[in-house]
Design a protein around this ligand. Structure first.
Ligand code: FAD
Length: 445
């Protein structure tokens, strides 16, 4: 029989295929290099071909050929994930969905899109219709919606609307890894195994997500002499339901020194905010009550024009820090609301290299504090010690230094995920090695 590469060449438009070394390297990469551990472990992983279908029909054709020839398949949105999720761990083909990027429909309270649609474009289109996307990662300029719900969890908007598990995704269309692929549409709880499971159980070829009413967002950088004051201020804003917010993000000095473009004052901790312009007066009162200093106030007409404070939040904080100092890396933790100060104090005294960065969000309607602390990487042992310590004190870690789904954070019941994978991907070709085989633990009765 013909080999799979010949079959792809014969049946697809040459524009859909990339074979040159530079492209293979580029489309086999994501942002796992934020982790020195993953950078070391994944550095030689590269695909043999990049296939970029432009429609669901082309995607079906590609999947049929690759399944018949038993070629490992890795799905890629736009490769901004941090866990090596889009890296082809076993070679084969990368299916790049960036060209399946159409907004198909905008209705009252929802939007239907292809999986490669970029969140920034979706938000722009929604805002033109008096609505907005409920949540998006700080990578919204490039990140795709399919990649966000498969590999991310929340971001800008999560302080009000929660994370991807909170009803944001109303419907998905899934394709199996078969020849021909089956296509089915899921709603409600049936969507859950596809959320943040690194694309291991099927390829999402279309989505419907909820929209919120458009808000005119003002952006602020407010600084404080004491880190604790910045955190208390953020906690108050986060819990004040009378104020409409899209972003509440705080950074312990010296983290804000990495935000060159914001030109924030030295020796002060910073809060970066997106707040409804109608709530300006309330915000000003809170700033003065907590002894904050306004260092940037960007009016709503400048939203998404020029500098935006969200470009320095979530994992963009890590990006700017690493641009200044490549020895820096990070963790992802969840602090308990009532003990956040004690938790940070323990870490500060035992691991003085840690610089704190907190992102306020909601999950299942409850306020949560996500920590994305920065630290200088010295060794795997030291990093693992820190992870253990965070877990011990109750500020649980989603480890960003592994590509294994179960170790990397909240996903879905392992056994059920494995069963679903076997049904949708019978030859186990899709996103290999990211989901460990489920083996019942016979020692537990
Ligand atoms: P990719 O990296 O291409 O893919 C992610 C995963 O999804 C892979 O496992 C891939 O196989 C799978 N996948 C992609 N498309 C599909 C599909 N259609 N069907 C099935 N599986 C699919 N994440 C957050 O949640 N919040 C943040 O605020 C945030 N900030 C970030 C900041 C920086 C600077 C960086 C580098 C990353 C950040 N991330 C954040 C992580 C990442 O950017 C987001 O999760 C992003 O949404 C991923 O989208 P992508 O299109 O780049 O996906």
């Amino acid at each position: 029989s013909m080999d799979w590469k010949t079959r792809l060449k014969e049946q697809l438009d040459p524009d859909c295929l990339l074979w040159d070394d530079a492209s293979l390297a580029k489309y086999s990469m994501d942002y796992h290099h934020f982790s020195p551990v993953l950078a070391r472990e994944l550095k030689d992983k590269v695909a043999e071909c990049i296939v970029s279908p432009r429609s669901a029909e082309e995607l079906d054709l590609v999947l049929s050929i690759l399944t018949e020839e038993k070629v490992p398949v890795t799905v890629r949105g736009n490769g901004t994930g941090n866990y090596g999720q889009a890296v082809p761990l076993t070679g084969g083909a990368v299916i790049n969905l960036a060209n399946m990027n159409k907004v198909l429909e905008i209705g009252d309270g929802y939007m239907r899109v292809e999986p490669g649609a970029r969140l920034g474009k979706m938000d722009e289109a929604a805002r033109e219709c008096g609505q907005e996307v409920m949540m998006m990662p700080s990578t919204f300029h490039t990140a795709s919606i399919g990649g966000f719900i498969s590999g991310g969890f929340g971001g800008i908007g999560s302080i009000t609307w929660g994370t991807i598990w909170d009803g944001f995704v109303e419907q998905i269309t899934v394709k199996t890894i078969e020849s021909p692929p089956q296509t089915f549409t899921l709603t409600g709880d049936e969507i859950r195994p596809y959320l943040h499971t690194y694309g291991v159980v099927g390829i999402i070829s279309e989505l419907r997500v909820k929209l919120a009413p458009r808000v005119e967002w003002m952006q602020w950088a407010v600084t404080f002499e004491a880190w604790q004051d910045a955190v208390r201020f953020a906690m108050e804003l986060a819990s004040d339901d009378s104020m409409m917010k899209r972003l509440v993000s705080v950074h312990e000095w010296p983290v804000s020194q990495y935000f060159k473009a914001l030109k924030l004052p030295a020796e002060r901790s910073a809060a970066l905010l997106e707040i409804d312009e109608q709530d300006e007066r309330k915000l000003l009162e809170a700033i003065s009550r907590h002894g904050g200093q306004i260092d940037r106030r960007i009016t709503a007409d400048k939203y998404r024009k020029g500098i935006g404070v969200s470009d320095f939040t979530w994992n963009h904080t890590t990006l700017w820090a690493r641009k200044a100092d490549t020895s820096l890396t990070y963790l992802q933790t969840t602090h308990t609301w009532d003990h956040v100060f004690e938790e940070m104090a323990v870490i500060k005294s035992e691991f003085p290299e840690v610089m704190q960065h907190l992102e306020f969000n909601k999950q299942a309607g409850k306020l949560r504090i996500a920590g994305l602390p920065l630290l200088t990487f010295t060794s795997d042992e030291r990093l693992n010690q820190l992870i253990r310590r965070y877990n011990e004190i109750g500020a649980s870690v989603s480890n960003p230094h592994t590509w294994d789904l179960e170790d990397g954070g909240r996903s879905f019941v392992h056994r059920k995920l494995w069963e679903l994978k076997q049904a949708n991907d019978p030859y186990l070709l899709l996103n290999q090695l990211k989901l460990k085989e489920y083996k019942p633990d016979l020692t537990v009765s």
